[in-house]
Design a protein around this ligand. Structure first.
Ligand SMILES: CC(C)(COP(=O)(O)OP(=O)(O)OC[C@H]1O[C@@H](n2cnc3c(N)ncnc32)[C@H](O)[C@@H]1OP(=O)(O)O)[C@@H](O)C(=O)NCCC(=O)NCCS
Length: 138
């Protein structure tokens, strides 16, 4: 069963592994080359109200973050841990994520690679002229 819960310091080890995964590293331009467990703990404290850990059968398999831009628009992004990719988990987690927000919330993302673009398109995001992709919660 899929569940989204708030992140905590107990997730540091899981994040450490994943933020050192080259596939995830190249999709986010803000991950330092040499990231330590201490860096991750500090980051978790900063983002603790803006990040859900995605769990499957009680085990963490990924994360989705959100950042309030005002006017009911949120930036969002996600990763799924290596062994669980391309199995539909990211899409189901996105469906569960949007349920946590009121109707008419708009989500914005900027895919960093063709896979993320396909993911956006497959999950109802529409590309706008500004280069961002938008999804409206209905
Ligand atoms: C992008 C990511 C979050 C998608 O999550 P996921 O659970 O793998 O995606 P899903 O299984 O729900 O796939 C949904 C759609 O995304 C696209 N997709 C996902 N992985 C893909 C791959 N390896 N190749 C091509 N398309 C892919 C497909 O269109 C897919 O639909 P389909 O299977 O019906 O063709 C995950 O692959 C990931 O963490 N990748 C590494 C980090 C990353 O790129 N993050 C995005 C940063 S913007």
């Amino acid at each position: 069963m899929m569940n989204l819960r708030k992140i905590s310091l107990a997730d540091s080890g899981f994040f450490f592994e994943n933020l050192n995964d080259p596939e995830i590293k190249k999709s986010y331009n803000n991950i330092p080359d040499k990231i330590t467990l201490d860096d991750i703990k500090q980051q978790i404290n900063k983002i603790k109200d803006n990040c859900f850990v995605i769990e499957f059968d009680g085990k963490p398999i990924g994360m989705r973050y959100f950042w309030n831009l005002g006017d009911n628009i949120f930036d969002t992004g996600s990763w799924i841990t290596k062994d669980f990719r391309r199995k539909g988990f990211g899409s189901i987690a996105f469906e569960e994520f949007v349920k946590k927000f009121q109707n008419d919330t708009i989500f914005r993302m900027k895919p960093k690679n063709p896979i993320a673009e396909k993911f956006a398109s497959r999950n109802g995001f529409i590309k706008d002229r500004d280069g961002f992709w938008y999804f409206q919660n209905k």
